[in-house]
Write a protein that binds this ligand. Structure first.
Ligand SMILES: NC(=O)c1ccc[n+]([C@@H]2O[C@H](COP(=O)([O-])OP(=O)(O)OC[C@H]3O[C@@H](n4cnc5c(N)ncnc54)[C@H](OP(=O)(O)O)[C@@H]3O)[C@@H](O)[C@H]2O)c1
Length: 245
């Protein structure tokens, strides 16, 4: 496995923590050159120290199309190509619809849904040239909607819809689209929930099961992108064994 992705160039968004960080490290260990995007660049610099391969740190806010375009351009200017994009950046600000602050809905739509669309739009010309791949980190919430997660789920259902249409548009040109749908993973995602009841409910849920670790999802991404060119792993759903829905 060690040089399977050598010399592929991969951009991972939201690589400063959780799934994105673990995925960037796993791809680096598999031989890829990895451009890592996020707003907390101090954390990205620390990741660059830890990774075995070459890392490009990008100050990148996926909710800002200009920032996204700059990040993609910098990656291609530096390495001459872009082979794989992992659209991972996301936020989960759950709570009941009635009590919600619509500004949080805007942030979720701009980050989870529009952010991944902006990244695909900026990267696609390069991916068509390299016959590359797009990995969209969605969620089980993109398949099953549940009370308290209406808008988070709506963004992930949107990610799934976008991925399937994109797949149909580009598959015959050799670009593979991979949807990865994690269940409950131990990360800082829920720490940012502002509604105390919802935050406590997620914590209780986490304590009730053996959750996934970010490395479990990173392994799924590496599996998908290391298949031979004629094999398109289009969808991977990974739940903790203890998670029923
Ligand atoms: N944890 C789970 O149980 C779970 C389950 C299913 C799906 N997911 C999905 O997995 C993805 C990663 O989440 P995680 O669990 O690893 O959470 P996390 O540890 O909170 O990581 C989220 C990442 O997204 C980045 N991010 C947030 N807003 C951004 C923005 N505007 N621009 C650029 N980067 C931004 C953060 O970086 P900065 O703050 O430094 O910008 C951070 O690196 C998300 O799409 C999430 O919906 C998670």
């Amino acid at each position: 496995m060690s040089s399977v992705l050598d010399p592929k160039v991969v951009l991972v968004t939201g690589a400063s923590s959780g799934i994105g960080r673990a995925t960037a490290l796993a791809l680096s260990k598999a031989g890829a050159i990895v451009a890592v995007g996020g707003r907390r660049t101090d954390r990205l610099e620390a990741l660059a120290q830890e990774a075995p391969g070459e890392i490009l740190v990008l100050d990148m806010d996926v909710s800002d199309p200009e920032s996204v375009r700059e990040a993609v351009d910098r990656t291609v200017e530096r390495f001459g190509t872009l082979d794989i994009v992992v659209n991972n950046a996301g936020i989960m600000l759950t709570g009941p619809v009635l009590d919600a602050d619509p500004a949080e809905w805007t942030r979720m739509v701009e980050t989870n849904l529009l952010g991944s669309m902006y990244t695909v739009h900026a990267a696609l010309p390069h991916l068509l040239r390299s016959r590359g791949a797009v990995v969209q980190i969605s969620s089980t919430s993109g398949r099953i909607s549940s009370a308290g997660a209406a808008v988070y789920s709506a963004t992930k259902f949107g990610v799934n819809a976008f991925a399937e249409a994109l797949r149909q548009e580009v598959t015959e040109q050799g670009v593979r689209v991979v949807l990865v749908e994690p269940g409950f993973v131990s990360t800082e995602l829920a720490d940012h929930i502002t509604d105390p009841t919802s935050r406590a409910a997620v914590k209780t849920m986490a304590e009730s099961m053996r959750t996934l670790q970010p490395e479990d999802i990173a392994a799924a991404v590496v599996y998908a992108v290391t298949q031979p060119d004629h094999v398109a792993v289009n969808e991977i759903l990974v739940r903790p064994t203890d998670q029923s829905r």
